[in-house]
Design a protein around this ligand. Structure first.
Ligand code: HEC
Length: 312
């Protein structure tokens, strides 16, 4: 008895395997030879609603304008056409996850706690540490310097000394107007050298800036402590490539948009003279790990700009 059941099972199995294996490529050829002339590609007006090869047969048999096709197709042909139609419905593979272009571990906001009011934002990529240094001129207005501070070739990790030329950057008005990159100006102003002991401690030396040479200890500026870090680290410099000349040095922070004034930088920097004015509000909606929308309201005027990581 057992043997009989076994041989029956084999017969059924071989019957199944000899059944027509639908060939979507052949189905596509058949569809594009005839059906496409009325239904187009992608198929519309009927074929896309087919639920089985039998439903195609039924369509040919019942729709009068397709009556001339009734005897043209075998069941195998219709199975192939159906297989091709089905292949169109399978969902496209999900897009690959966005990989964040996260900069190196030295990136972030640094300052000297005894001279709170000026600071420097570093963005480390490869052997370059881009420095955006904010301080004040003799009349107390914000003054910006930037430097592409280069580490010796082959440097990895968070220990090493970078050196680069410092540029004083000025530009056109940002708020309330269309930004004009052509008015951005960078003037060589001196040299920067930063000796990083580790990811949190460094010694910054500038020479030739307004006739000064100075070495000052800097540390990573502590921000909100104890909060769970988000999945993506957004610390970086962000910009809009169409509006080169302004950018955002983000250190996982948002909130009030502040306008600061303060004493001229130098060894006598007096933090108590730094004044902070609320200028409006700012927020960034990150649309993925590398892109965002900067929303800000200054003087009651809301505005927004697309920003992306400045990858160099
Ligand atoms: C001469 C034009 C023409 C050609 C060629 C044609 N069709 Fe159609 N087809 C139609 C029309 C007209 C309808 C009815 C549309 C409606 O009712 O809105 C239709 C409807 C259908 C439907 C839906 C039937 C239903 O009951 O809803 C299917 C499935 C279909 N066609 C499949 C095919 C396939 C497969 C081919 C090729 C083998 C083909 N058609 C070729 C004109 C054509």
């Amino acid at each position: 008895m057992n043997r009989l059941w076994a041989s029956v099972a084999v017969v059924i199995a071989s019957a199944l395997s000899s059944a027509h294996a639908a060939d979507a490529a052949h189905g596509s050829a058949l569809y594009h030879a005839v059906c496409v002339s009325c239904h187009g590609d992608p198929p519309l007006g009927g074929p896309e609603t087919a639920t089985s090869p039998a439903s195609l047969r039924n369509a040919l048999n019942t729709v009068s304008s397709m009556s001339f096709l009734r005897n043209m197709y075998s069941d195998a042909d219709l199975a192939d056409i159906f297989a091709w139609l089905q292949s169109l419905n399978t969902n496209p593979p999900p897009p690959p996850p966005v990989v964040a272009s996260i900069p190196g571990a030295l990136s972030g906001l640094w300052y000297n706690a005894g001279e709170s009011g000026w600071g420097v934002h570093f963005t480390q990529r490869g052997t370059n540490v881009f420095a955006a240094w904010y301080t004040y001129d003799t009349s107390g207005n914000p003054k910006w310097y930037v430097s592409t501070c280069a580490m010796p070739a082959g440097t990895t990790g968070t220990t090493g000394t970078c050196a680069g030329q410092l540029f004083e950057v000025t530009g056109p008005r940002f708020f309330g107007v269309i930004f004009d990159s052509r008015l951005v100006n960078a003037v060589a102003a001196g040299n920067l050298q930063v000796a990083f002991q580790n990811a949190d401690n460094a010694s910054m030396t500038y020479t030739g800036v307004a006739g000064q040479t100075r070495t000052v200890a800097i540390v990573r500026q502590p921000l909100a402590a104890g909060t769970t870090p988000p999945a993506v680290n957004y610390t970086d410099i962000w910009w809009n490539p169409n509006e080169s000349g302004w950018g955002i040095a983000a250190t996982q922070q948002s909130g009030d948009l502040l306008r600061t004034t303060g004493p001229a930088f130098g060894p006598t920097f007096n933090s108590s003279q730094v004044q902070v004015f609320t200028a409006g509000t700012v927020s960034v909606n990150f649309t993925d790990a590398n892109n965002g929308v900067l929303n800000y309201t200054v003087n009651g005027v809301p505005s927004s700009k697309l920003i992306t990581r400045q990858v160099f």
